[in-house]
Every structure is written in C-alpha cells, then in structure tokens.
Design a protein around this ligand. Structure first.
Ligand code: SF4
Length: 355
C-alpha cells in the first residue's frame, strides 16, 4: 500500500507541474522565505509578497542589515508579524554564528528562531537533499485519508504516527520531489472540502474513499476558543496632519503603527472627548467635526476584531507628551506599516482625499 501511494503520488506530480518562483534554485534562504510566507497565505496571494521581499533583500546579509521598519513594511497585510520579526532576528543570527551561510544540518536549522520541524524539513529536503518529511495540515489530511486514520490529528500521538509513515514513505525516493509532490497534492487535489476523488490517482487504494468517510477524515477535536474585541480608532486630523501611535507592547502587532485607539467592551462611539484626552494625556482638545464609519471585521486564529474608525477634526495641533505618538503629514501615510484591519480601511479610501 505504501509503495503504491508513493508511485501514484509521483505519477500525479509528474502530470501536474506547478512552477513556483522559489523553486528555480535550491537557495536555502529563498526556501526559508517562501515557506514562512506560504504558511500564512495561499500561493496566489503570497507570491507577490515573496517576489517583493527577495527583491528588497536578495541575501541573508541584506535582510540582517535592514531596519525592522522596512521588513515590517514589506510584510504589511500578511499578518503574523512575529514571523517577520523572527526572520529578521534569525538572519542576524545566521550572519553572526554561521558567517552568513545557511546551516546545512537539520538539527542546526531547527535551532534557529522561528523555524519549527515543518520549515526545517522543507529547507533540509529542498535545499540540501536531506530525507526529512514535511508534515503540515495538508500532509496530515492526505495521509490520514489514504491510510484511513480516524484518530484526531490534533493529538500529538497521531501526528507522531503520521510523521513515522511519512519517514518510511520518503526513505527510498528523492526527498525534495516527494515533499513537493505531497504538498501540492494536498493543496490542489486532496483538498479539505469535496475533493474530486473520482478523478484521483490514489482513489483505488484510498481507505477513506473506499469507506465513504472522506468528509469525516481528518478527525479534529481541538476547538479554537474565539473572543471578540472591539477597537475604536480615532483618525485625528488637524489641517493636513494626522496622528499615529507605534505599538510597543508585546503582541502580534508590535512595531506597527495605528491610529489612536481605545478598546471598548462592546459599545461604540461613547465618550470620544474623554477617550482622546486620555490617549494624549492632554485636555485642551477642541473637536471641530466628527464622522463615524462602518465597522471592519477581521477574523484571526483566536480572536475576531471589530474595528470602527471615527474621523475627528480638531482645531489646533496637540502637544505630544508620549514618545510613541507621532504627528505626520497625511500624504506620508504610505511610509508606515499597519495591521491589516487599518490597512483595509486606508485602502478603502481614495489616496487623494484620504481623510
Ligand atoms: S481519493 Fe479522495 S480522499 Fe483519497 S487521496 Fe484522493 S482526493 Fe484524497
């Protein structure tokens, strides 16, 4: 059954080539960048990010020597900004510890910050030809369906069992080809919902297909706890200037900019004057006009953000007391990096008549 799996998978891969820009050479740096970007988005959306990133930072040294603000700007809109910060950190680590040469041993790669077993296996196999299987959500789904594993893939023991199956499968074939084939197969053929099993190269031996259990495998037990958060942003404008704050606390948006914001329990639009005075630690704010806007929603893994933007026109500039707050010209807003919700709001407005 295992031999049949591999031979049919590789036959499918041969018949379904998928050219990807980072596959043009085996450069471990490019493999690393592409894997981190593709972990958080689909290939079609991630490819322009990858190309821009590599153009700006063609080598590990270019990334290591860049200011963090430039790295975050290129990551803007992808989410999971800690991954960009980790990459920046790791590029410096490789520069210092390995003389800017990417380590070529699996264990050394795995020790790098922000690189887990999946990414380490991808780099080790694609760039160094080492026999380590990639095991991500796609692979867990393909293997559990084909081999009829009805245990929860959230269970660490099941993951170990599937990893062991993959280690056996990859042993006698080119690891780079096997890993790319199973990743592509999971992403485009054995998809989560309604895969086209009738036209699948693997259907003859696929246990889930034969048992009519494709829709219930893979089994999942872990439910992600979701919480709702309500952010009220104040787009404060005086003449052609506006105010931004850089997030300094240790959360997923650290280092990015935002408009002055107050987190509400669940009610919108209350106590604006007080909110703004609290934000600036400054009382003498005279509001000229107010304009409310629709609510933007963004779903993250553990939380759903509801964001409301209120444009507040004030009479004269605020005296800035806090270091993290800056006053900028409105037409310079493109120079700063923002979380996705704010970016969507900014993009939704015409650049010439921004606020
Ligand atoms: S037959 Fe269906 S469930 Fe089985 S491997 Fe193919 S696509 Fe996946």
């Amino acid at each position: 059954m295992s031999q049949k799996f591999t031979s049919e998978l590789l036959r499918w891969y041969h018949d379904h080539p998928r050219p990807l820009p980072w596959k043009a050479d085996n450069d471990p740096y490019k493999t690393w960048v592409s894997e981190i970007i593709m972990q958080q988005t689909r290939v079609a959306q991630g490819t322009p990010y990858y190309l821009r990133f590599i153009e700006a930072f063609p080598t590990i040294d270019d990334l290591a020597n860049a200011p963090e603000s430039k790295v975050l700007k290129l990551w803007e809109g992808l989410g999971y900004y800690s991954r960009a910060r980790n990459m920046h950190f790791t590029a410096k680590q490789i520069q210092e510890t390995y003389d800017s040469v990417f380590p070529d041993a699996y264990d050394d790669i795995l020790k790098l910050k922000g690189i887990g077993p999946y990414t380490a296996a991808a780099i080790a196999s694609f760039s160094f030809g080492l026999s380590y299987p990639v095991v991500d959500g796609n692979v867990l789904r393909v293997i559990s369906r084909y081999f009829g594993i009805e245990k929860s893939i959230d269970d660490i023991q099941t993951k170990k069992e599937i990893t062991k199956i993959c280690e056996d499968l990859i042993r006698d074939v080119d690891p780079a080809v096997f890993n790319q084939a199973i990743m592509n197969f999971g992403a485009t053929q054995c998809v989560p919902k309604s895969p086209n099993c009738v036209k699948c190269y693997l259907s003859k031996e696929c246990k889930a297909y034969k048992a009519n259990s494709v829709s219930i495998i893979p089994v999942r037990t872990k439910k992600v706890k979701q919480r709702s958060r309500y952010f009220q942003y104040y787009v404060i404008v005086d003449g052609d200037h506006m105010y931004l704050r850089q997030r300094r606390n240790k959360d997923i948006w650290k280092g990015l900019y935002e408009f002055p914001m107050i987190e509400k329990d669940d009610e919108w639009h209350l106590g604006i004057q007080k909110d703004i005075a609290t934000f600036f630690e400054f009382d003498g704010i005279n509001i000229l006009s107010l304009e409310g806007h629709k609510v933007f929603k963004q779903k993250l893994t553990h939380q759903t953000i509801f964001a409301k933007f209120i444009i507040v026109e004030i009479i004269k500039p605020v005296i800035l007391e806090k270091e993290e707050i800056i006053r900028i010209k409105q037409d310079k807003i493109d120079k700063y990096s923002f979380p996705k919700t704010i970016l969507n709001y900014i993009k939704g407005k015409s650049q010439t008549t921004l606020f």
